[in-house]
Each structure stands twice: as structure tokens, then as C-alpha cells.
Design a protein around this ligand. Structure first.
Ligand SMILES: [Zn+2]
Length: 70
């Protein structure tokens, strides 16, 4: 007897967090590529989630301290 696959019966998200310090990581469909977005709008692609998060968490250090990037 085979069990049906477990499935989360959740609706798709309708809201997205915004603002400073909100990072977003999406998965490119049909690939192994992850795309991370810094809250300044810059994006970076990587297949390695650790490398992607290293890039994301280090990115604010590259922002213009004068307040150019938001
Ligand atoms: Zn950034």
C-alpha cells in the first residue's frame, strides 16, 4: 500500500515583506540556480545556497554609506 505524498495545503503567499534588511531568495524554475536579492535591489545568482547567503549578507557593506542605496 502506498501513501499519497505529503503536501502542504497552503495558499500561495499574497504578501511579501519589504524594507531594509529583507533579503529574498528565489529558485529559478527548472534549474538548480538560486537568485538572491539584497534589499538594495542588487541580485546575485548561485547554485550554492551558502555562497549565495555569504554574498547577500556581505552586500550591505558595499552600499554607499552616504545613503544612495535603499
Ligand atoms: Zn545590497
Amino acid at each position: 500500500m502506498t501513501e499519497p505524498p505529503l503536501r502542504a495545503e497552503l495558499p500561495p503567499p499574497t504578501k511579501m515583506l519589504t524594507g531594509r534588511s529583507v533579503y529574498r531568495v528565489v529558485w529559478k524554475l527548472n534549474t538548480d540556480v538560486l537568485v538572491g536579492y539584497c534589499w538594495c535591489g542588487e541580485s546575485h545568482e548561485d547554485v550554492d545556497p551558502i555562497a549565495l547567503w555569504d554574498w547577500l549578507l556581505a552586500h550591505p557593506a558595499t552600499h554607499d554609506p552616504a545613503g544612495g542605496a535603499r
